[in-house]
Design a protein around this ligand. Sequence first.
Ligand code: FAD
Length: 334
Amino acid sequence: MQMEKEMYDVTIIGGGPIGLFAAFYGGMRQLKVKVIESLPQLGGQLSALYPEKNIYDVAGYPKVKAQDLVDQLVLQAKQFKPTIVINQTVENVVKMENQHFQLSTDKETHYTKTVLITAGVGAFSPRKLNVENVEQYEDKNLHYFVSDLNSFSDKKVCVLGGGDSAVDWALMMEPIANKVSIVHRRERFRAHEASVEQLKKSKVEVLTSCEVVDIKGDQNKIHTVTIKDKDDKEVHVNVDELVTNYGFVSSLGPIKEWGLEFYKNSIIVNSRMRTNIEGIYSAGDIVTFDGKVKLIATGFSDAATAISSIKTYIDPTSRQQPQHSTTLFEKIKV
Ligand code: FAD
């Protein structure tokens, strides 16, 4: 027998900064909130593309590291205990007869009274290692994310990539792993200078100007990574675990098929952040309207407007203009 699915007031598609702030705002306006994010991590562009960079134009912060801002947004959102679903990409949105929505992801179905799309530049996914037979190892010893550092204890680990994440993972694994190698196709790393200095002083085997050309293994595991250096000389690296950190690609993908009105790659909304489909709202980098500016600061404003519009849509007796946060917090007593 199929279990009855829980109904949410609003389901937010995209756990970037704007989706996270919308989750907080939804909680503050006493809506039942769910957030669905395609990556196994929250934070959108900030965590995926520039976690170590400073941001200088968020109100109240003269300077804030992107990942620190995300951490604060997650803390702020979690005060109202929204349901957060990671690692699922919303593929389809269907309006049902009762005017509620059914959202299908690559893994399950979700039900909601309204939808708030904060999908930014589209769903992120890791840029894959481009060699033959690579897919068969994705749930085995090929990793695009590292969630449990301890699982690399005493292992021979090969890390691919030259950015901050690759170098950071190599450095974090070095003290616990049996051996760590890092392979980068260029001569110089893109990572933070201080991390590269630390890498040079560490026991990590550094293989630069090298590209992966082949992997060999059995049904369950990759055993050897073959790399070619700039003189076309092949080197074989024995591995227990292979960590690939080639950054991310984003794609709007199925969102364009949901019947929404687009201008170029942006969803058209009105001043209440309403799309052309009743019950679907949108905010942040993915929207356009006359005068839209695509920044974190303005996205936060879109999110507060969208949630207030959703509140009045669900409960027409409520007001678009919320009470002050001090009053709302005291009422809810978090
Ligand atoms: P995003 O951050 O793009 O997040 C959207 C999230 O939605 C992603 O995590 C994505 O995986 C998820 N998603 C998309 N589709 C789906 C789906 N179908 N199912 C599930 N999940 C989905 N802005 C500033 O204001 N100041 C700055 O200094 C600044 N510096 C920047 C520097 C760089 C290098 C870059 C790239 C951007 C910078 N920006 C800056 C822009 C800023 O990052 C964006 O304005 C901001 O990230 C927009 O947030 P968002 O939540 O709308 O979208």
